[in-house]
Ligand binder design. Sequence first.
Ligand code: HEC
Length: 338
Amino acid sequence: MRPKDISSGKKLFKPICITCHTPGGQGPDLSRHELKYGRSDAALFRTIFDGIPNSGMPGLYESEDTVWQVVAYVRSQLPSKENQAPKQDQNEQVRLGWKQEARYSVMECTPIVAHGVMYIVTLFSRVQALDAATGKVIWTFDPFKDDQFHGLKRGITYWENGDQKRIYYVGGPRLHCLDAKTGKPISTFGSDGSVELAKGYDRQVTYSSYNSPAVIYKNVIILGSSYYSAGEPKMRAGIERKPPPGDIVAYDIDTGKRAWIFHTIPHPGELGYETWPPNAWETAYGANCWGGMTVDEKRGVVFAGTAAPYYDPPRHGKNLFADTVLALNAETGKLVWH
Ligand code: HEC
């Protein structure tokens, strides 16, 4: 703990923390307080960075270095017994094992680890496999090779069966199926290892993508959809854009053939059709699940929450199945309940 860190930490503590952490303030007077939430550096870091749920203590969403400086200052203020990180907690201390530089801090991807390999999606939609212990890059899959932003991605889907290990990943408009060991497309899936999502609907769509990792049940992979913003522009680069309806679509994990579709904007004759204007099934969009789904593997049910619908004029009637929680039979796509 360097004196410089303590004085930098103090500069932050004064304007931000002192309002509460002062005798008679909302928070405890840290110079006379026995810590309830742990004394180790790691515990202090957590408390200060995350805040304390259901209390007045907010999180400090600053860079790692900044938060460590505040930790250093707080520790210097604690009563002497609390001042040192306790010996038995030393092992618990956060030590940075390795670090991958991302050009920006915006990364929505949740890394997953399987058999010692970590899989991530970078800001520019590249998939990387890293040695989870060292951070060394094992392979990179880049469907674009253009250093452009293709939408934020929340991660990939890992699947294995015996010797076969695969990564499913939506990069821009396509669902890719990769060999988890090499990062190479599995050519028997779709067309040379990928399928174009816009082709998976029952009406004409010019593009579709999905920001969340898809879910797998038995031999189908199930996807929602996402587009860039509410109220999509009708034209982009001189081309009329036809956004996807929010339909939930499942593909065969081996062939990439469409297995089933659930129309979140019902077609004529389907349950809920009468809750929309008559032509909505051909033109309205939204009503999409972009936040990810979960599968109840025991019951074979997939759960999806859908977003608001978009059409002109907006939102007459009940608009089933927009803004809805859906439970679908994961094998067939049939509605179980909503
Ligand atoms: C809006 C008021 C508020 C602000 C601002 C605030 N705190 Fe707190 N803090 C609290 C309260 C209230 C608690 C006690 C929560 C409890 O005991 O459940 C607390 C608890 C803590 C604890 C844990 C004490 C323990 O018992 O383990 C630490 C450490 C702490 N604050 C540090 C900070 C630092 C550092 C800052 C500034 C970056 C800060 N706080 C800003 C209200 C605040």
